[in-house]
Design a protein around this ligand. Sequence first.
Ligand SMILES: [Zn+2]
Ligand SMILES: [Zn+2]
Length: 237
Amino acid sequence: MGCGCGHEVRGGFCANCSRELLYLTALRYCPRCGVTVGEGIHADEDGCFECPSTMPRFGQLIRVSPYAAPLRQAIIRMKYRRASNIARYVSNLLAEAVGAHCDVDSIDLILPVPMHWLRRLGRGWNHSAVLADGVSGRLGIPLGDELIRVRNTPPQVRLPASLRQGNVRGAFAVTSPAGIRGAHILLIDDVLTTGATANEAARTLLAAGASQVTVAVSAKSEAPTAYSRQISGAEIA
Ligand SMILES: [Zn+2]
Ligand SMILES: [Zn+2]
């Protein structure tokens, strides 16, 4: 049901895609910008050589996998076909990644990256909220709705990286600062590309009194390397 590669199985990915996912989730990545980094390359809470010159406002980034098959197909199906069984599967993977990479007991509240109501109306649901709900249930951490989107920004995917931070500036607001004051917040989104949206959401939460923001995404979109192009067949085809 999830991988969409043609080898349909009930309740998850087929054996081939599960193996692929296992490999991708085990890749080492930078805990600030999320790019895949090899063993022996410096990457810690201070970042890596690929990190943007201005560090993000969130303290740590957790990802399940790079944005690549088979998770990529699952995310697309979840997002555009409102596939709740896939959302459950992806949220379980996300909860596991959070458990493996940070101290779950230190998290006070889970918040999804909100969608503007106009866009939610068009799409029928906010998939990040569905993921956040799943992670909240799995980890036993309360789910909040204090963060809202006050401006309907053009989709980031249509903009070059240089314009993305400006596009989301002032896009979020906190409805009740009392609910997040001093809290360590786990912010959930589906795919992180430049990180501009998550960064603006984190900035808004910290300005409203949150003590710490950790971001967890199901996938990190990164520029393909010569090797990844080769294994995906793009250069062999
Ligand atoms: Zn498959
Ligand atoms: Zn980095």
